[in-house]
Ligand binder design. Sequence first.
Ligand SMILES: [Zn+2]
Length: 194
Amino acid sequence: MRFDRGDRHRIVSGCSAGTSQEASAAQSVVGRASEARRTFIFGDPMSNVTCTRRLEWDAMHRIPRHESKCAAFHGHRYAAEITCLAESLDDRGRVIDFGVVKERVGGWIDANWDHTAILQRTDPDPGVAAIAASNASHGRPVYWIDAPPTAEVLAAELARIAQDLLADTGVEVVSLRLWETPNGSAEWRRGVER
Ligand SMILES: [Zn+2]
């Protein structure tokens, strides 16, 4: 539906120029519009079209050696906006179905990050072991990461995982914005990290 504006413009222009043989002219206009749609969707200009799926979850973390309150164990309502790029749209006009991103990446988040703790593997806080044991007893093992679990680190981690999960679809994860709070986010972009 995102292409309707361009097609409508083309159809209106064609109708205003028509003077006779209206049926034939209309058919011709439709034909031109249809051809334009194909060119517009599958031609080079569309190689830069992306789609973005937002996913949300709840988790606890802390930032070892943080200078302020983020050193304490605390929770966030996280959100990630995963942006995918395809060389061309599929035959239904999509980069990728939003539902596929939700099922695969959202499923991974539900299994690994939602309602648990995301902690640095080398976190020296004495409370870590107790949290890990308690969460495990509730079926929510801690997600261990080899760096401080900041928004920046989690954005890069999720981008890597999302790319793996979507690899067989042919799309590239080109950017991922991870919101730690409604006002604070970090963005991973392909080509910056690699
Ligand atoms: Zn935090």
